[in-house]
Ligand binder design. Structure first.
Ligand SMILES: Cc1ncc(COP(=O)(O)O)c(C=O)c1O
Length: 390
């Protein structure tokens, strides 16, 4: 949404863990003239997106695009391979791990949960123990960044080594950190990455993306499930044949994501990972210097979602409402039991010095406005110390 001031309209800063701020070129790409989705015009776009997807996901198989939000990709990762009585291990330390666990159960498979406190993340040794106890596990599901609390998996590469030793599939629900944290599919032995256009790609919502291994693909073809919209073999066959999708694609978001991919390739993934790490650290240090308490375990801290505990007496609605109305900065609240107790700042996509400093000074000013003392200078200096590394 926009903010009105001096009879003019300004774009608000969308500092959410997705959707994020979108570059102007990406937004403008959506207003291209419409095309037919059963034409060579669309096939050319698909071809380009498959080529770019392979570079970005560092995978050999063609990337699959679903006209849907990230949930469809996560659900497809479950419904296309898990059967009744299969065993699947899943990390659960917040809302999104809970959702994956529920979906595993809903196909009749048994979900072996690796549980950690909210704000923390299960450990690699938890996974090691679970696999030792259940060597017949079919798949391991890791929510690589638990968006609801701001805790991330810092051992994804090791999980790939371990999981492949047991012959299980490794699936990453990387909706809120693919594109921000390193996870080359082939190199890390990941079998499936599920993500969405509205997070670290800095494109609008509407497309779910799937990168998968040859092994995962072969399993789906060997033991096909009775699925309709999320029938991935159907997407693969159609793409192989004519570079089209089985169902009508959300064309404007394809145009936008195609442009967003150009921006990502030009920047380079390694540079993106560094930028996300530096900006997240700038936020963490700045909030502490401001006098706020960070939420969650330091060892599990996310590079894309920064969670902060509210000081005693500060009302969530009043804080976020005033931040949005008076400063044009939109941040997220907490989920479930943590609603009203924490707020979350999205540090992903286009995140850079401008977004970090504007958000920090707006939050500090907003706190002072609401009668809570915040040390603005110390916060800005702490952020700048990090941002000088960019
Ligand atoms: C880790 C994770 N998984 C799944 C989802 C669901 O994605 P969507 O809302 O795009 O369907 C989200 C959304 O924020 C998420 O953060």
């Amino acid at each position: 949404m926009s903010i009105n001031a001096n009879n003019a309209t300004f774009q608000k800063l969308i500092m959410l863990p997705g959707p994020t701020n979108v570059p102007i070129e990406v937004t403008q790409a959506m207003v291209a003239p419409s095309i037919g989705h059963r034409t060579t015009d669309f096939s050319s776009i698909m071809k380009e997106m498959i080529r770019k997807g392979k570079i970005l996901f560092e995978c050999n198989e063609d990337v699959i695009y679903l006209s849907s939000s990230g949930t469809a990709a996560v659900e497809a990762s479950i419904t296309n391979i898990l059967r009744k009585d299969d065993k699947a291990i899943v990390t659960v330390c917040g809302e999104f791990g809970g959702r994956v666990s529920e979906q595993i159960s809903s196909v009749g498979a048994s979900a072996i949960e690796l549980v950690a406190d909210y704000g923390d993340f299960p450990s690699l040794s938890d996974l090691e123990r679970a696999l030792e106890k259940n060597p017949d596990t079919k798949a391991v599901y890791i929510v690589t960044n638990e968006t609801s609390s701001g805790a991330m998996c810092h051992w994804l590469k090791e999980a790939g080594d371990l999981t492949s030793k047991y012959g299980a599939f490794l699936v990453a629900d990387a909706v809120s950190n693919w594109g921000a944290d390193k996870m080359p599919l082939e190199d890390y032995n990941i079998d499936f990455i599920a993500t969405g256009s509205q997070k670290s790609c800095a494109a609008p919502p509407g497309l779910a993306m799937i990168a998968l291994s040859k092994r995962y693909k072969e399993q789906m073809f060997k033991d096909p499930q009775k699925l309709h919209f999320l029938n991935l073999p159907r997407y693969i066959k159609m793409s192989d044949k004519v570079k089209q999708t089985p169902f009508t694609p959300c064309l404007p978001v394809y145009f936008a994501l195609n442009k967003a991919f150009d921006i990502m390739i030009e920047e380079g993934m390694e540079n993106r990972y560094v930028r996300h790490q530096v900006c997240a650290k700038a936020f963490y240090d700045a909030f502490e210097a401001m006098g706020l308490q960070l939420f969650g375990e330091p060892k599990a801290r996310s590079n894309t979602v920064v969670s902060i505990a509210y000081p005693e007496g500060l009302d969530d609605k009043e804080f976020r409402g005033s931040l949005s109305k008076n400063y044009g900065v939109v941040v997220a609240g907490g989920f479930g039991d943590y609603a009203g107790k924490i707020f979350r700042v999205g540090s992903l996509g286009m995140i850079n010095e401008y977004y970090v400093l504007t958000t920090i000074s707006s939050i500090a000013n907003n706190l002072n406005r609401l009668g809570f003392k915040a040390n603005t200078d110390a916060a800005i200096n702490a952020a700048l110390k990090n941002l000088s590394k960019l």
